[in-house]
Design a protein around this ligand. Structure first.
Ligand code: NAP
Length: 294
């Protein structure tokens, strides 16, 4: 527990004891993190504030944060998730394997980096009552989010992971890293094979932007009627909350997990790192749902 983390208070005036947390990225205007974290700090009566900073020079930003005694933690978003790494004092095993950092915690002036996207997703699966042990997991996409989730899932003893993407070199590169770092069995293929591949898998993790608002909303990355009631379908896209894929999966009787659950749980893990307290998930969920609805 950090000094002052338990300093409960009744009012929420910012004062000299206020701890600073922030998201850095470019752009950051769309970020849902301030809504979730400030709601959590207020609900827990913590003297913390969470801001959003549009940052161009990552090194200068990290140097400045390190110098600020009241700085406690940082979320890192696109395009800085890799660029922050050389500026940190320590990067944990998960972040090293995934190759990016989405969470920085300042401990006695030292900046520690980790990545919470994958472990947050595991928590979302646990909340949904879905075990990954011995399961066959099919991923669509091979970008940063899939990378984080695949590494976390590989540690949960699945029988096999299959990666499908549109750029074979990127798929092959992630597959090689996963095999080398975790020893999990990994197959690869083309995104066009997603529908027939469903038959041999238990869990579908949709990790492309297909179906996203402003991208191609209404389209499904895995169209057609091959979903079975025993499939678990997780779509990382969170805007809209109910993508076409999730609607199809619900209609087929599948267990479905929304992208919102990943977003919520990665933030809950950040909150827990920065405060040493259990995250008020219900409050954070309400704030997230409200921010997503505008
Ligand atoms: P990324 O690093 O840019 O990777 C995107 C992946 O999707 C790449 O494999 C890319 O293929 C593929 N792709 C992009 N457009 C495609 C298309 N039209 N058809 C087929 N494949 C396509 O992005 P990311 O950060 O991994 O994010 C992926 C998705 O997850 C986004 O929708 C994002 O909003 C969502 N996400 C959700 C959360 C959450 O908390 N719920 C967190 C992070 C991301 P190429 O390599 O060939 O370009």
């Amino acid at each position: 527990m950090i000094e002052g983390a338990g300093a409960l208070r009744q009012d929420f005036a910012i004062d000299t004891g206020t701890r600073l947390c922030a998201v850095i990225g470019h752009p950051v205007g769309h970020s849902l993190s301030p809504a979730m974290h400030n709601a959590a700090f207020q609900a827990m009566g913590l003297n913390y504030v969470y801001l959003a900073f549009d940052v161009a020079d990552v090194g200068a930003c990290l140097g400045g944060m390190r110098a600020l005694r009241g700085f406690r933690g940082m979320s890192v978003t696109i395009p800085h998730k890799m660029a922050v790494m050389p500026h940190l004092d320590e990067v944990d095993e998960m972040a090293r394997r995934v190759g990016c950092v989405n969470t920085v915690t300042c401990e006695d002036g030292r900046l520690l980096g980790t990545v919470t996207d994958g472990l947050g997703t595991l928590r979302a699966f646990a909340d949904a009552g879905v075990s990954l042990r011995g399961r066959r997991i099919l991923f669509t996409g091979a970008g940063g989010a899939v990378r984080a989730v695949a590494f976390a899932m590989a540690d949960a003893a699945p029988e096999q992971i299959t990666l499908l993407g549109r750029t074979p070199e990127k798929v092959a590169s992630l597959a090689e890293d996963l095999r080398g770092e975790t020893g999990v069995t990994v197959r690869t293929g083309a995104l066009d094979d997603a529908v027939p591949e469903l038959d041999g898998h238990d869990i579908l993790v949709q990790g492309t932007p297909i179906g996203m608002h402003g991208h191609d909303e209404g389209r499904s990355a895995v169209p057609g009627g091959r979903l079975r009631p025993d499939h678990v379908v997780f779509d990382m896209v969170y805007r809209p909350r109910r993508t076409r894929l999730l609607e199809d999966a619900r209609a087929a009787g599948c267990v479905t997990i929304e992208g919102l659950e990943m977003l919520l749980n990665q933030a809950a893990l950040q909150f827990e790192r920065w405060t040493g307290l259990t995250a008020p998930s219900t409050v954070m969920r309400r704030a997230l749902e409200s921010a997503l609805s505008v």
